[in-house]
Design a protein around this ligand. Structure first.
Ligand code: C5P
Length: 256
């Protein structure tokens, strides 16, 4: 039997584990089945979620790469893992909204489904202890979390990603209501480059059927609206991803 090389765990988050990659400058991103909402106050294991998000995020990152968005994604390795470039994640969650839903409805008294006057970009400071508080551009400059020119790039990428993904999902009869993305700095010899990092999946997007407005994203879990795995399989199939239901439960061995 082939000897499995032990991988060094670098970080474990709520939905993913990061391991040292096979080459310097690479990382293996492992997708877990854990589902969490309301900053870990609601938790469950949803069989197959990791496999589905790995495939969906691969498909979206590949599409964005082809459209000229620099990303950390290199390739999918197996059902639960992908190889990505090692980046320094900037401590900001970038939220792009097209339609009112979730947090902005609570904060501003909007009705879910209301169209926004234009696409809105929000920033949150990445901190589980603080519940990822909403911040302004000036907080970002004041605390030096990213340089002003980097924030300009992040905003341009966020709007381009929104345009590209709105089209991709519309072709799958899905409305891209909102989504969260993260960026990292990819270190080159003499400069660093802002690239899209983390994942893009129904865990991090709100996706509604264009005709029926049925929710096909993590709100199904947050609000107990039905079977999350079935919703994510529906999204995957609409994106043209072939899903073998028998392989959803495959657990590629996690290693310390
Ligand atoms: O909760 P809220 O309405 O602010 O979320 C906006 C979008 O960002 C949703 O698509 C949600 O799934 C995503 N999000 C996320 N991770 C967070 C916060 C929000 O993926 N920590």
């Amino acid at each position: 039997m082939a000897l499995l090389r032990k991988k060094k765990k670098l970080y474990e988050g709520k939905a993913k584990v990061l391991f040292e990659g096979p080459e310097p400058g690479t990382i293996i991103q492992y997708f877990k089945d854990d589902a969490t909402a309301f900053n870990n106050k609601k938790k469950d294991i949803i069989n197959g979620k990791g496999v589905l998000n790995n495939r969906i995020s691969e498909s979206i990152m590949t599409h964005l790469n082809r459209a000229g968005i620099p990303t950390h994604f290199i390739k999918r390795i197996n059902m639960r893992e992908q190889l990505v470039k090692k980046v320094d994640i900037v401590p900001i969650e970038v939220i792009v909204r097209n339609v009112a839903a979730g947090g902005i409805c609570t904060r501003l008294g909007l009705t879910e489904g209301d169209p926004l006057p234009r696409t809105l970009i929000e920033f949150c400071y990445k901190s589980d202890e603080l519940d990822d508080p909403l911040i302004s551009d000036d907080h970002i400059y004041c605390f030096g979390w990213v340089e002003p020119y980097e924030l300009d790039e992040i905003k341009i990428y966020a709007l381009r990603i929104n345009d590209i993904l709105t089209g991709l999902f519309a072709a799958a009869n899905l409305q891209l209501v909102d989504f969260k993305i993260e960026f990292g700095r990819l270190q080159h010899e003499d400069h660093s480059e802002i690239v899209l990092a983390d994942e893009i999946s129904p865990d991090s997007c709100r996706l509604w059927d264009l005709d029926t407005k049925q929710k096909l994203d993590k709100d199904v879990f947050r609000r107990d609206l039905g079977n999350l795995t079935e919703a994510y399989i529906d999204v995957a199939r609409r994106l043209g991803i072939r899903i073998d239901s028998n392989k959803l439960h495959e657990q590629h061995e996690e290693q310390e």
